[in-house]
Structure formats: structure tokens, C-alpha cells
Design a protein around this ligand. Structure first.
Ligand code: 13P
Ligand code: SF4
Length: 319
């Protein structure tokens, strides 16, 4: 409608005026993904967001996603201004792994290589040897295993369990989980597969083990989108945040996408497969942020420098 078109036009004008580029995750609303696509920004998984933000020439990065994504951009590009539509968009994995408790956990298990998921605070990354995202977690841990390293992994226990099964590495796991992916239900998924026997099952590895075990493809958001584009099936059951359907449908317009069943823990949520923090990003909060250059990410410089080592290793490994 007209109001929305005016808002989008305002955002596009402000992006230019502020020398800013929009870096969006696949889980944010499609209206934001669209603006990123139309203005030379990116819509990506968390590894590609980090890489894009670091390499882009713009002086301001506007990160539509959750807090750790803005912080990762700042870790890698301290000279850039990093803004977010909201600073309240957290992540249950980040919240469930406070730095002081994590430090004690590391001290209780000395001699292990500390590998943390990118869904963590700067302070937790500062304690790590390596940062990884789901797209490179398995090959990175394989690489460390081949060097004889024992691993301490945090915070997602399902992803950690999956990596351990895939690599056979000796891994000590922190017990965190994602409120969205933890809701996917294996029994109901079995039934849904029976109703759609030709469908391929795509699963993000933050999902419970019994769900992952039913997957044809386990991968990061970008890897799951690539599977929809490249595989020959015409139907897919998808166990991840449903806002990814926008890009999947774009990648393979003729194909049918079906949401994997969730526990439906809340009476008010029609479908629980959407991250409540990703949902805090919208066009009007983006416009306000750009207008006022508000919601800027600042990180402690000493922590940033420590976190940079482990975060840069992630990019170097992925290169
Ligand atoms: P990706 O790195 O696969 O985009 O995942 C990020 C995330 O938060 C998944 O819940
Ligand atoms: Fe964090 Fe889960 Fe939301 Fe991803 S979907 S940002 S892991 S709470």
C-alpha cells in the first residue's frame, strides 16, 4: 500500500544519505529482505553476513537480525558504524551462555580447544579459540580432530551433539538451546513424512537429535536454500524459521514448501517456527534507526580485540 511504499522509499533515500548498506538475515520479515536485495545489500546466513559486512565499502552497516550479528560486524569492522533496527533482539543461545559462567566451564575443562557458535556475546567469543557458524562447524571440528585436539563446545547442545556424531571428535558440550528449533517435534515429523513420502526433509542443526536423524539435508540457512534450488524433489519439509520460505520460494518458484511441525507451546502463536527476536525487526524500526542513527552497536575494545582472533579464524577457515 501507499504508506508502506513511502516508508520503503524513505529507507532507500536514508541508506544513500548515510552511506549505509543493509545486511539482513533470512529470518527477518520479507519486506526487509526485499529492501536489502533492491539496494545492493545482502540477505544471508550468519557467516555470509559477517563476510559481507567486513568486505563492503560502506561506512555504516545496518544489521537486520539479532544482536550477536551486529556485534560480529563490529568485531570485524571497528572503524564502521554498526546500527540495528532494534538493540533488544537477543538470541536464546547467547542469553543462555553468560560469559562468567562460561569462563568457569572452560576452567573446569582445561586443555580443550574452545569452539563457540557465533550466536554468543563478544565476551564469550573473547574466551574462544575459534568461532564457527553452522555452515562450517563440521569441517572445522574435523580439522581440529585430525590435529588431535579435544573440543569444548558452546552453547547449542543439539548442534554440538550433531557435530560430535558427524566427526567422532571428543567434545564437551554446554547445555544451551534455541527456543525456536527446540520446538520441532520428531513424532509429528514422522507422520508428516508419511503424508508426503516424496518430500525431502531439510533441517537446521539447532533442532533436536530425533529431528536431525530424519533429515535428508542438515545445514545452515544458506545451505538449506541451496538444497531447495538444487535437489530434484518438488516438495520439501523445512525445519527452521519459516521466514526463510521467502528466499526458498524465490530460489525455486515451482516447488512446494511445508513447515515441519512444532510443539505449539503458546496459545497465541499460530506457528512457533519464527524467532521472536528476529520478528522485532521491521520497516518502521529500520527507518527510525536510519533517520536518527540510533541503536548503534558499541563493544568493549579489549574484549573486541580478543574476540577478533577467534572470529577472524572463522573467516580464514571458510575462505
Ligand atoms: P545460520 O548461520 O544458519 O544463518 O543460523 C543462524 C541462526 O540463528 C539460526 O537460528
Ligand atoms: Fe537465536 Fe534461535 Fe533466534 Fe536463531 S532462531 S537467533 S538461534 S533464538
Amino acid at each position: 500500500d501507499a504508506e508502506r511504499a513511502a516508508l520503503v522509499a524513505r529507507i532507500k533515500r536514508l541508506l544513500k544519505e548515510r552511506d549505509a548498506v543493509l545486511v539482513a538475515h533470512y529470518y527477518v520479515d520479507s519486506s526487509l529482505q526485499q529492501v536489502a536485495e533492491e539496494t545492493g545489500g545482502c540477505v544471508a546466513d550468519s557467516l555470509e553476513m559477517a563476510r559481507f559486512g567486513k568486505e563492503h565499502a560502506a561506512g555504516t552497516l545496518v544489521v537486520a537480525g539479532v544482536r550477536f550479528m551486529g556485534e560480529t560486524a563490529k568485531i570485524l569492522s571497528p572503524e564502521k558504524r554498526v546500527l540495528m533496527p532494534t538493540l533488544e533482539a537477543e538470541c536464546s543461545l547467547d542469553l543462555g551462555c553468560p560469559a562468567d559462567a562460561f569462563q568457569r566451564f572452560c576452567e573446569q575443562h582445561p586443555g580443550r580447544t574452545v569452539v563457540v557458535y557465533s550466536n554468543t556475546s563478544v565476551a564469550v567469543k573473547a574466551l574462544a579459540d575459534f568461532v564457527v557458524t553452522s555452515s562450517i562447524a563440521v569441517p572445522l571440528v574435523e580439522h581440529l580432530r585430525d590435529q588431535g585436539k579435544k573440543i569444548l563446545w558452546a552453547p547449542d547442545r543439539h548442534l554440538g551433539d550433531y557435530i560430535r556424531r558427524e566427526t567422532g571428535a571428543d567434545m564437551m558440550l554446554w547445555e544451551g538451546s534455541c527456543v525456536v528449533h527446540d520446538e520441532f517435534r520428531s513424532r509429528e515429523l514422522e507422520n508428516l513424512r508419511k503424508a508426503h513420502p516424496a518430500a525431502a526433509v531439510l533441517v537446521h542443526p539447532e533442532s533436536p537429535r530425533e529431528v536431525i536423524l530424519q533429515a535428508d539435508v542438515v545445514g545452515s540457512t544458506s545451505q538449506l536454500i541451496a538444497a531447495v534450488r538444487e535437489r530434484r524433489e518438488s516438495e520439501f519439509i523445512v525445519a527452521t524459521d519459516n521466514r526463510i520460505f521467502y528466499k526458498m520460494q524465490q530460489a525455486a518458484p515451482g516447488k512446494r514448501l511445508i513447515e515441519a511441525p512444532t510443539g505449539g507451546h503458546s496459545a497465541t502463536c499460530h506457528s512457533c517456527a519464527h524467532c521472536p527476536w528476529m520478528a522485532m525487526n521491521d520497516l518502521s524500526s529500520l527507518a527510525d534507526t536510519l533517520e536518527h542513527c540510533s541503536h548503534e552497536i558499541f563493544v568493549d575494545e579489549a574484549e573486541r580485540v580478543k574476540a577478533l582472533t577467534a572470529t577472524q579464524r572463522m573467516l580464514d577457515f571458510a575462505a
